[in-house]
Design a protein around this ligand. Structure first.
Ligand SMILES: [Zn+2]
Length: 243
């Protein structure tokens, strides 16, 4: 488990902090409260709520003590969201923009992917589970690079009058997106499995973290200002998150 990442000096009262636990970065929200708590949010992400003046060392020890619990949550997220149920044989079903498609596999020396007529056609040099999984990730990455910058730019314009954040795409096992304290946004390529209204919700969610680095009422008010129906959209995120 790697540790602290701070945007400001540790002793500033309004400090923005993320604790790093494996590939997770957990935002710490300071509140006028007496105890530390680790929360799982409805989007499956975690948040630490801690008293305003509690030293970071104490918060860090607390998260260390809950490490096994965190790992269990992550494991069950992966299993529960169907990642283990994904199959990579010819005819297996994979979703794209909310619609189911049959995988049509072809052996070829060069990678190739296209989507249409109910099929995702995929050419790889080897047709085994790992090669097909990788080829499929490449397909989702390409589609993310084609389709998502436009969604990010659209919602960013609706929310802010400033420069676009740095945008990256990755396969992530347990999160749909993340926003770093330096302002970069990473989106999970598996988002392309979800319908567009759900994709837009994740985009807006991460963009709003540029303004509010927590899940406070102010954060949700900002999300709701452009997506009043965000809760319904979040419920559409039923496709598997990982590969
Ligand atoms: Zn969030």
């Amino acid at each position: 488990m790697s540790l602290l990442k701070t945007a400001q000096p540790l002793f500033a009262e309004e400090v923005l902090v993320e604790l790093e636990v494996g590939e997770l970065r957990i935002p710490v929200q300071r509140q006028s409260r007496k105890t530390v708590a680790l929360h799982v949010l409805r989007d499956g992400s975690f948040e630490i709520r801690a008293p305003n003046r509690l030293p970071l060392g104490v918060i860090r020890s607390f998260v260390h003590s809950r490490r096994d619990w965190l790992q269990e949550r992550l494991d069950s997220l992966e299993a529960g969201e169907g990642a283990l149920a994904l199959q990579y044989h010819d005819g297996a079903i994979h979703h794209f923009l909310g619609e189911p498609y049959k995988l049509k596999l072809m052996a070829a020396t060069r990678w190739f992917a296209s989507v249409g007529d109910g099929e995702i056609r995929l050419a790889t040099n080897k047709i085994d589970e790992l090669s097909v999984c990788k080829a499929l990730q490449k397909f989702y990455l390409r589609e993310a690079e084609i389709r998502l910058p436009e969604r990010v730019a659209f919602w960013h314009r609706r929310l802010f009058n400033r420069d676009l954040p740095e945008l990256k795409f990755r396969a992530m096992r347990s999160r749909w997106g993340s926003c770093a304290s330096h302002g970069g946004i990473t989106l999970n390529i598996s988002l392309l499995r979800a319908p567009l209204p759900a994709i837009d919700y994740v985009v807006v969610h991460e963009l709003c973290h540029l303004q509010h680095f927590d899940h406070s009422p102010a954060f949700h008010a900002l999300v709701g200002s452009v997506l009043p129906d965000w809760k319904g959209r979040a419920e559409l995120l039923t496709v598997p998150c990982g590969f």
